[in-house]
Design a protein around this ligand. Structure first.
Ligand SMILES: C[S@@+](CC[C@H](N)C(=O)[O-])C[C@H]1O[C@@H](n2cnc3c(N)ncnc32)[C@H](O)[C@@H]1O
Length: 144
């Protein structure tokens, strides 16, 4: 959808898992603006002034029903990652991520949160095997 609707001049994609990276390589051959990177994005040296970051590492545990144990550690990691992504964005850039459920959308330090729309979707099977039919279209704008 990023290729289809945003038509980026350059589209960097980071993938940590080697077999999925092979799919990414094939995808990059069909879409010349795609630059594939293999590895943990958080450990890669990234030089970027991005207009848009779509952050979708499939770590949806925090959004609903997080266990209290480890919550603070998770929140610290989330804050650290948010600040790192803020540094990679242009001042007018946008950070976007999936949000499942009809609950509150957590704030991110250094960003203003905008809920564009809440919509019903076909049931999505979550990591804990529950089905989810509510998503929010969310973006975060860097605060000055
Ligand atoms: C939900 S999928 C992304 C799907 C993608 N948005 C799409 O539309 O095709 C999450 C992907 O992020 C990768 N991933 C998870 N953690 C990562 C990390 N730290 N660095 C790079 N890739 C990561 C996973 O291996 C997985 O392929």
């Amino acid at each position: 959808m990023i290729q289809q609707y945003l038509k980026p001049e350059r589209h960097d994609i980071f993938e940590i898992e080697s077999t999925i990276y092979q799919d990414l390589l094939a995808f990059s051959q069909r879409h010349p603006s795609v630059q594939p990177f293999c590895g943990d994005w958080n450990r890669c040296h990234i030089e970027g002034n991005y207009d848009f970051i779509f952050f979708d590492p499939f770590d949806y545990r925090m959004e609903e029903g997080a266990q209290v144990e480890g919550l603070h550690c998770e929140q610290d990691q989330r804050a650290t990652r948010a600040l790192k992504m803020r540094a990679l964005l242009n001042p007018d850039g946008v950070l976007c991520h999936p949000h499942f459920g009809d609950g509150d959308v957590p704030e991110l330090p250094g960003f203003a949160t905008v809920i564009v729309e809440r919509v019903k979707v076909s049931p999505v099977r979550m990591a804990d095997e529950t089905l989810c039919e509510d998503v929010a279209i969310v973006y975060h704008k860097p605060l000055a």
